[in-house]
Design a protein around this ligand. Structure first.
Ligand code: ADP
Length: 427
């Protein structure tokens, strides 16, 4: 301001001096000319300043003279500070969003009229909402499920609700409505799909196990009632006792398998300090299979020496025997069964059982490891297993970080392979 003022005084005085020494008209002309130039320069600088404000990345300010130098440098440092503050805020926001991503719950903040204030990335995914696009819109326009609408409008703070069919993926989401401040509420949402599935599986499992146990028990009860109520000849009595023994054996096998499954579920993960030479274990099972099979099938064993796996012998014996026993049970008399225990080229231990039995249709394969899942086949009730064999195999496979490969073709045969992860020893 002072500089501009001094400049104007200097121009006036100089032109006055010129006017006094030459003529007033020339002095006036020079004065108008200099002031004109000054006005043009100011307008040019104003334009340049506005342009810089609009387009500049504020990294550097253009050169200016006099008061413009001051304006540019002040504006530059002011804008630079603003930019710094903005990027700091952006970084903090990003860090906050990343932190909320680590949380199991998605968070949605809404105001008292249900308009969206903030959404964390996890809630964005769960609810198909976008923080930038949907900010300020009503949450009820996004989630129209009647149960959710009722829940939100009832304002039941601190209560929870589970909705199973909210999205196309049929995820089960648990919502909790929490108070935040006088004007806002928080909605927490958590994906409970796995938990719900487990609950359903647990209920189904209890129902199936009870049903499986009830069938032989009903048979035994019926025979016992008959024996106690009416006179029957010795031959018939012996037949009934034999049947009861068979049913008792079924119950015994079922309970043993259930106990084994529960033991496997509860057991700790495998520790890498106990190496089992499964070649020796499979040799042992080859003897057992000869005893059980009684030469009904051609059973071949291809066992490489020193195939090693970390784990416990009992788990591995159960898994291997279930596969060998299934091949014996389901392959017709005279069929061929090949058991192999080898080290693969990648250093993985591979145990496999191949048979030329009835095979399994493709749509059953994924379900075979479910508890009590049996393929409907022509086999009699007596030849039916517990329906838990492959669940046990699968439980062992998971515990060992291994994988179970099932290849099967109807009327051609099946191959069940367990592929163990390679053994890594500390050097
Ligand atoms: P189960 O006790 O009934 O044998 P599993 O879980 O061991 O129960 O097997 C599930 C089903 O898979 C069996 O009921 C049978 O239908 C089928 N299955 C298993 N192994 C074979 C096989 N080697 N060949 C044909 N079908 C098989």
């Amino acid at each position: 301001m002072f500089r501009t003022f001094s400049f104007l005084i200097l121009v006036t005085l100089s032109t006055l001096l010129i006017g006094v020494t030459t003529s007033l008209f020339i002095g006036l002309l020079i004065c108008i000319f200099i002031l004109g130039l000054w006005v043009i320069y100011q307008s040019f600088q104003q334009e340049r300043f506005l342009e810089w404000l609009k387009n500049s990345s504020y990294k550097a300010s253009p050169n200016g003279y006099g008061v413009w130098k001051l304006i540019y440098s002040s504006a530059h440092s002011f804008l630079k500070k603003g930019k710094l503050r903005e990027s700091k805020l952006k970084n903090n926001l990003l860090a906050f969003r990343r932190a909320t991503e680590a949380m199991e719950d998605g968070i949605l903040v809404i105001d008292n009229d249900n308009y969206i204030v903030a959404v964390t990335p996890r809630a964005e995914r769960y609810l198909n909402i976008n923080q930038e696009q949907d900010y300020g819109t009503n949450i009820l326009n996004h989630i129209r499920h009647p149960s959710f609408v009722e829940y939100l409008l009832s304002g039941s703070l601190n209560k929870t609700i589970i909705i199973e069919d909210l999205s196309l993926e049929k995820k089960a989401l648990k919502f909790s409505l929490l108070p935040f401040d006088a004007n806002q509420k928080i909605i927490l949402c958590r994906d409970v799909t796995k938990l719900r599935k487990l609950e359903v599986e647990k209920k189904d499992f209890v129902a199936s196990a009870s049903h499986e146990l009830k069938t032989p028990l009903t048979v035994i009860k019926g025979y016992l009632e008959t024996i106690s109520e009416i006179e029957i000849d010795k031959l018939e009595k012996n037949r009934m006792i034999a049947e009861m023994l068979l049913q008792t054996k079924r119950m015994d096998e079922l309970i043993s398998d259930l106990l084994l499954l529960s033991k496997l579920e509860k057991s700790d993960p495998i520790r890498n300090n106990c190496q089992i030479n499964i070649s020796l274990l499979v040799h042992e099972l080859s003897k057992l299979s000869t005893e059980i099979d009684k030469e009904q099938h051609s059973v071949y064993f291809n066992i490489e020496d020193n195939v090693l796996v970390f784990g416990t012998e009992d788990d591995l014996r159960s898994a291997f025997w279930n596969l060998i026993n299934n091949a014996i049970i389901y392959t017709k008399k005279g069929g061929k069964i090949e058991v192999s225990c080898l080290n693969s080229e990648e250093g993985k231990a591979v145990f496999a059982v191949r048979d030329n039995g009835p095979g399994i249709e493709a749509h059953h394969i994924d379900k075979l490891t479910e508890r009590f899942y049996r393929v409907d086949c022509a086999g009699s009730l007596e030849s039916r297993g517990t329906g838990l064999g492959l669940s046990i195999v699968n439980e062992v496979v998971q515990k060992y970080g291994a994988s179970l490969k099932i290849e099967s073709q109807p009327n051609i045969g099946s191959t069940f392979s367990i592929i163990f992860p390679p053994i890594v020893t500390d050097v």
